[in-house]
Design a protein. Structure first.
Length: 643
C-alpha cells in the first residue's frame, strides 16, 4: 500500500475490502490507484511480553511504531492492521490500531498428558492447557503423548500428528508449528511432471548457447538441487556464474508459483529437505546436473587482471552443459594435490580452478577491508534409520567453500546493481542499545572495548583481543547476535555485515523465492518491458515483508527439529555427565555440549561462579522432548580445550 495498489490488479473480494477502507477514510482513490492516507500506516503487529506492541510498518525505510496495550484494539501478534500515527506525542514514534485488515493464522502443537488422573491437552512449547474444549470421552480416546496440530485462530484440531514416543513425529511437529506443507498437491505435481525430464535445446534458439564452456558445480556431498555452476575464462579474466533458470518454468501467480510463495524457502532437515518447488523441478529439470543440457540465467563478470576489480558485467539467458559435479571435499583434495583428473572433463575444469582460487582469495582480501570476517560453527546432525542422533560434526570453511562464496557474492552484487528498486538483501547497522549490551558482555570476560573511528575498526580491535584470549569464535557469535537481522527490502539500505553498498539474492532461485523474484525483474529489465517490470513491482513492499517472515519461519522450523532430536538423545542419558562450554549467563546459564555429541544447548540449574565461555562438567537431569529443552546440574569447572 506504500506506493499504491492499482484497482485492475485486485480480485473481487479485495476490491470490496479496499472500497470499504476507502469509505472509512483510511485510503485515497485517485486515477484508479488506492493509496494509504498520510496519517495512517499499514503493517504487522508484534506483541511484547508486557502486552504493548510494535507495528512493523510495510514500506521501505519506515520505522516501527510503538503501540500501547490499550491501543491495540484486540489486534494480536502478526495481525495485518492499519494504524493511525499519533502526531505530537512525546517519546518514541507511536500509533493506535484503527482497523484490523486480517487476523493472523496461528498454529501450534498440543500433546495429551495425564495430570492428577485426568487427561489434558497441553501446548507443546508452554506446557499450558490450550484454549480448546474437548469432551472427556474424546480425550479418553487418545493416549498420553499423542500430538495434534492446532489452529489457534478457530480453536480447532487440524490433524493428529502421531505420538511423541515415535521419533518420526519430530519432523511432522516442526512443520506443523508453522503449517508448512510437506507434500505437494497432485495438480501441482502433474504440472511439474508435464515439463518433462530433459531440455530440448532446439526450442530455445534465442538463448546464448554456452554449452561448449566447461562449467562445473561445487556443492555439499548430500546436495541434490544444484542452483549454480561456474566457469572461469583465464584468457579473458572473466567469471561465468550460471544460475538455474527457474522463472522459465514457474509462471507468476500460477499453481506452482502460488505454492512456492506460500513455502518461501526450502527447509533443510538433517535427513531430508522440504523443497520450495516440486522435486521434478528442484532436483531434476531446473537443477544444473552434470552432462545434461540446462536452462540458466548467467552473469559474465569481467575482472581487472591486476586488481581483480569488476570492470563490467553481462547478463544472458543461456543454455549450459555442466561437465562435472564436484563436492567441496573433492575440490579441497584437488587444491591439496590429492586428487587428479580422471577424464577429459576433469582435466578441463581442473585447469581453471587454481587460477579462480587465486582470484577469489584476492577478492575476499579486498572485501575484508570493508566487511567483517566472523567465525561461526555450524553443527551437522546425522540420524540413523530410527530417526535418532547417530553423530554430529561441525562444518568449517575450507578453500572450496570460500571459492564458491565469493563467486556467488560477485553475481549477487552484479544483480543488485541493475535496479534501484526491487528486492534487496539489506542488513542495517546494530542499534546503540544492542551495542551497549554487547560491550557490557565483553567487559565481563576481560575485553575492554575501545571505540575507534569506525564500527569496522572497533570490531576488528575486539576480534584481535578475543584472538589473544583464544575465544575468537565465541566473541564473534556475540557480535553476530548484537546485529540487526538481515531481511529483504524494496529499497537499497546496504549490507552492513558484508560491507557492500548494494546487495541482493540472485543465486538460489530453486530454494529461495526472493531470488526467483529477482530473476523475473531482471528479465523484464533486459527485455526493456516496463509494463512487466511495473507489474512485478506493484506490491513489492508487502512481498519483501512476507519473504522475510517466511525466511525466519523456515529457520525456526529447521532449528526446532534439531533441538527436538537433541532433547530425544538427552532423554536417554539422564544422570550421565558431559563436558560443555558456557555460551550465555543471562538470564540463566546456557551451555553447548562438546562431548560424545556436540552442539546440544543445555540449561544449567545452578551458576556456581560460572563464567561466560568457561568450560564445565555437567550432569543431565531432565530433557523435555515436548519443549525441546535440556537441563543439567553444574558439577565442576574444567580447564580443558573442548572445541
Amino acid at each position: 500500500m506504500t506506493h499504491g495498489v492499482i484497482e485492475a490488479d485486485l480480485k473481487t473480494p479485495e476490491k470490496k475490502l479496499l472500497k470499504e477502507l476507502n469509505d472509512q477514510g483510511f485510503l485515497k482513490f485517485e486515477d484508479n490507484v488506492y493509496t494509504l492516507h498520510s496519517k495512517y500506516r499499514a503493517g504487522l503487529i508484534d506483541v511484547t511480553r508486557t502486552g504493548d506492541a510494535y507495528l512493523k510498518v510495510i514500506g521501505s525505510s519506515m520505522k516501527d511504531l510503538y503501540i500501547e496495550a490499550k491501543d491495540r484494539n484486540k489486534a494480536d501478534k502478526d495481525d495485518l492492521v492499519i494504524a493511525q500515527r499519533l502526531i505530537g506525542k512525546r517519546g518514541k514514534p507511536s500509533a493506535v490500531v484503527a482497523f484490523i485488515v486480517g487476523k493472523a493464522e496461528h498454529y501450534g502443537v498440543a500433546v495429551i498428558k495425564t495430570i492428577d488422573g485426568r487427561k489434558s491437552l497441553l501446548d507443546l512449547k508452554t506446557n499450558t492447557p490450550v484454549a480448546l474444549r474437548l469432551e472427556t470421552d474424546a480425550l479418553e480416546a487418545y493416549s498420553d503423548n499423542d500430538v495434534f496440530q492446532i489452529n489457534y485462530q478457530n480453536a480447532k484440531i487440524k490433524e493428529k500428528l502421531g505420538s511423541l514416543d515415535d521419533p518420526a513425529v519430530d519432523e511432522r511437529i516442526a512443520l506443523a508449528l508453522f503449517n508448512r506443507h510437506n507434500e505437494f498437491e497432485p495438480d501441482i505435481l502433474e504440472i511439474a511432471k508435464n515439463f518433462g525430464k530433459s531440455v530440448d535445446a532446439s526450442l530455445y534458439p534465442e538463448r546464448k548457447d554456452l554449452r561448449h564452456l566447461p562449467f562445473c558445480t561445487i556443492d555439499p556431498v548430500t546436495a541434490k538441487d544444484f542452483d549454480d555452476a561456474i566457469y572461469f575464462d583465464i584468457k579473458e579474466n572473466a567469471l561465468y556464474v550460471a544460475i538455474a533458470d527457474v522463472s522459465t518454468y514457474v509462471e507468476p501467480f500460477g499453481p506452482i508459483d502460488t505454492e512456492a510463495i506460500y513455502r518461501g524457502f526450502t527447509v533443510y532437515f538433517p535427513h531430508k529437505s522440504v523443497p520450495m518447488l516440486p522435486r521434478e523441478l528442484s532436483e531434476n529439470l531446473c537443477s544444473l546436473r552434470p552432462t545434461e543440457d540446462r536452462l540458466a540465467f548467467t552473469f559474465k563478470i569481467f575482472l581487472d587482471p591486476q586488481s581483480f576489480d569488476v570492470t563490467h558485467t553481462e547478463l544472458y539467458e543461456t543454455l549450459i552443459h555442466s561437465r562435472r559435479r564436484y563436492t567441496y571435499a573433492e575440490v579441497d583434495a584437488f587444491f591439496e594435490g590429492n586428487l587428479k583428473a580422471k577424464n577429459e572433463n576433469d582435466a578441463v575444469t581442473m585447469a581453471y580452478l587454481p587460477r579462480l582460487k587465486e582470484v577469489t582469495h584476492s577478492l575476499k582480501r579486498t572485501r575484508m577491508q570493508k566487511g567483517y570476517d566472523f567465525r561461526s560453527r555450524e553443527f551437522n546432525i546425522h540420524l540413523n534409520d530410527k530417526g535418532l542422533i547417530e553423530s554430529v560434526d561441525s562444518e568449517e570453511e575450507t578453500p572450496s567453500h570460500a571459492l564458491i562464496e565469493d563467486c556467488m557474492l560477485l553475481a549477487n552484487k552484479a544483480a543488485a546493481s541493475m535496479f534501484e528498486r526491487g528486492v534487496f538483501r539489506v542488513h542495517e547497522e546494530p542499534s546503540p542499545l544492542k551495542l551497549q549490551s554487547l560491550y557490557g558482555q565483553l567487559s565481563s570476560i576481560g575485553i575492554d572495548v575501545e571505540i575507534k573511528g569506525s564500527m569496522r575498526h572497533t570490531i576488528a580491535d575486539i576480534q584481535k583481543k578475543a584472538e589473544e584470549l583464544d575465544i575468537r569464535e565465541e566473541v564473534d557469535t556475540l557480535i553476530i547476535q548484537s546485529q540487526m537481522q538481515a531481511r529483504y527490502a524494496p529499497d537499497n539500505l546496504g549490507h552492513f555485515g558484508l560491507g557492500f553498498d548494494t546487495y541482493t539474492h540472485f543465486t538460489s532461485p530453486i530454494r529461495r523465492y526472493s531470488d526467483l523474484m529477482v530473476h523475473r525483474f531482471l528479465k523484464a529489465i533486459l527485455a526493456k518491458d516496463r509494463d512487466q517490470a511495473g507489474y512485478l513491482m506493484r506490491n513489492i513492499d508487502a512481498l519483501c515483508e512476507q519473504i522475510s517472515i517466511l525466511e525466519r519461519e523456515a529457520d525456526y522450523t529447521a532449528k526446532d527439529l534439531e533441538n527436538r532430536k537433541y532433547a530425544r538423545w538427552a532423554s536417554e542419558r539422564i544422570g550421565q555427565r558431559g563436558k560443555a562450554r558456557i555460551i550465555s549467563i543471562e538470564p540463566s546459564p546456557l551451555a553447548i555440549l562438546f562431548d560424545e555429541i556436540i552442539g546440544a544447548r543445555i540449561f544449567l540449574k545452578a551458576d556456581e561462579g560460572i563464567k561466560l565461555f568457561g568450560n564445565v562438567e555437567l550432569e543431565i537431569i531432565e530433557a523435555s522432548i515436548s519443549s525441546t529443552k535440556i537441563y543439567a546440574n553444574f558439577i565442576k569447572h574444567i580447564d580443558e580445550d573442548l572445541t
